[in-house]
Design a protein around this ligand. Sequence first.
Ligand code: C5P
Length: 238
Amino acid sequence: MTSDKIIPARERLIFAMDVPDPAAARALAERLGDSVTVYKLGLELFFTGEYFPLADWFMARGKKVFADIKLFDVPETVRRAVRQARERGFTFLTVHGNDGMLRAAAEEKGDRLKILGVTALTSLDRGDLDDLGFACNVEELVLSRARRALAVGCDGVVSSGLEAARLRQELGPRLMIVTPGIRPVENRPVDDQKRVVTVPDAFHNGADYIVVGRPIRDAADPREAAERIQQQIADALG
Ligand code: C5P
């Protein structure tokens, strides 16, 4: 089931700006020009101390910023953090998929900020799930967390493209699905991604957005790589 939300096609590509410092981020963004509209800024840049000026720099250029900070704390602390974050102009913010945290985030997010639940990190293995007391498999955990994220008022989830189909089928069109782990892109290796899908498959499985990092960042011509993905998105959504 292909995504039916009204999202400009070129905003469906989210570039993961995984670089060590703001100068590198700005230089790469200049190279990318209008081939990328949405930027995901994560924890590596957060600890440079210039995260917020950098986010403002993107927004001043008409770009959208996804704050991939993956909040995880008691609900009251998450609530207070989201209250601050919503004034910053971000488009997306990630919060771990526990019920209380998601509910607190949803209650504070305001009108513009979208909260995405982190359903299950792909790095979790059976031993981690056992430690956490989860008897179910990862797919069941993802589905259950996505269902609850929607129920408490969050906008969507981050999910591998393999689970996207089942999420879309069981939870319907309202859930926003953001899918990393996009491969192969050109001749790019799979890197450390375990649960990969192609660009067309991600959208055919129901993703609303894809997150792509290294296949663009490490390309000889990042702008051309991003444009090629934009073309694949346009073709997939026809
Ligand atoms: O395309 P690439 O593998 O470089 O993209 C990696 C980006 O996607 C990283 O920023 C990472 O945080 C994010 N991500 C992921 N797998 C998840 C969740 C997020 O790779 N399960």
